[in-house]
Ligand binder design. Structure first.
Ligand code: 13P
Length: 262
C-alpha cells in the first residue's frame, strides 16, 4: 500500500456516438462512489466533451473530464486544432499528452509533446504524460532508455511545483489494444525505473508523490494484480473503459489497492 491516491483514466479514443457516450458517463456516475479513495477521469472525443461533462455534473460525480489532445498555441490560424481555453470552456480539467497513438500514428515528436505539457500546466490544468516502448525497442533491450528519454523530454522545463499536477502513464506500445499485457513483474520493474528517473530529474519527494499509471490491455481480470505492485498507482484504460461494468470493476480494484473498499 502506498500513500499515493490511485488514479484511473478511461481513454475512450475515437469511439462511441454522442448518445452512447452520455449513457456510459451516466452509468459510471451511478456506479462510482469511491471518489475519496480513487481519482478518476474520462477522456471522450472532443465532440462529446460538453454532454459527457453535463451527464457527470447532473449526478454530482467526482469523475473528472479530460481531453485526449489539444494544440498548445492560445489561438490563431491552426486549422482543425482545439485550444486549451476551448477545452476549459467545456469543462475539461485534465489533458492527455504523448499518447502512443499520437506519437506513432499521428507522428507527434517529443518537442511538440513538451510544448503541450508546458502549455497545459501553465493554464493550470492537470496532465497525464504517456510514455512507452515499442516491441522492437523492448526486444533490443531499450525499454528503459526509451521510457526515461520520453520522460525527460516530456518534462523539460516543468517546475517542481507543477509536478503536483503531473501523472505519468506507462503504456508499452505492444500491449495497447492487443490483449497482451505486461506481466505485473515487468510492469513493476519499468515503473520503478521511471520513479528512479523522476528522482534524478527532481527529488525524493516528487519521485514518491507522482502517480504512475499502467496502460495496455488492462482489464478487470488483471487490474488487481497490476495495481498491487508497489509502483503501479492505477491505470489508463482503453478498450475496457468503454464498458461501464468493466471500468467500474477496474475502479474497484484501484480502491482495493488503496486498502479501502469502493
Ligand atoms: P487498451 O486498454 O485498449 O489496450 O488501451 C490502452 C490505452 O491506450 C489507454 O490510453
Amino acid at each position: 500500500m502506498s500513500a499515493r491516491k490511485p488514479y484511473v483514466g478511461g481513454n475512450w479514443k475515437m469511439n462511441l456516438n454522442g448518445q452512447q457516450a452520455v449513457e456510459l458517463a451516466s452509468q459510471l456516475a451511478d456506479g462510482f462512489t469511491a471518489g475519496d479513495q480513487v481519482q478518476a477521469t474520462v477522456f471522450p472525443a472532443f465532440t462529446h466533451l460538453e454532454k459527457v461533462g453535463k451527464a457527470l455534473d447532473d449526478k454530482n460525480s467526482p469523475i473528472q473530464l479530460g481531453a485526449q489532445d489539444f494544440y498548445h498555441q492560445p489561438n490563431g490560424a491552426y486549422t482543425g486544432e482545439v485550444s486549451i481555453a476551448m477545452l476549459k470552456d467545456v469543462g475539461a480539467s485534465v489533458m492527455l499528452v504523448g499518447h502512443s497513438e499520437r506519437r506513432h500514428v499521428i507522428g507527434e515528436p517529443d518537442t511538440l509533446i513538451n510544448d503541450k505539457v508546458l502549455a497545459a500546466l501553465e493554464a493550470g490544468l492537470e496532465v497525464i504524460l504517456c510514455i512507452g516502448e515499442k516491441i522492437e525497442q523492448r526486444e533490443a533491450d531499450k525499454t528503459h532508455h526509451i521510457n526515461t528519454g520520453q520522460l525527460g523530454y516530456g518534462l523539460a522545463g516543468v517546475s517542481d511545483a507543477q509536478m503536483a499536477r503531473v501523472t505519468i502513464a506507462y503504456e508499452p506500445v505492444w500491449a495497447i489494444g492487443t490483449g497482451k499485457t505486461a506481466t505485473s513483474q515487468d510492469a513493476q520493474e519499468t515503473h520503478q525505473v521511471i520513479r528512479q528517473a523522476l528522482w534524478f530529474l527532481y527529488n525524493d519527494d516528487i519521485a514518491n508523490a507522482v502517480r504512475i499509471q499502467y496502460g495496455g490491455s488492462c482489464k478487470p481480470s488483471n487490474a488487481v494484480e497490476l495495481f498491487s505492485q508497489a509502483d503501479i498507482d492505477g491505470g489508463l484504460i482503453g478498450g475496457a473503459a468503454l464498458k461501464s461494468e468493466d471500468f467500474l470493476a477496474i475502479l474497484q480494484a484501484a480502491a482495493n489497492s488503496a486498502g479501502v473498499p469502493a
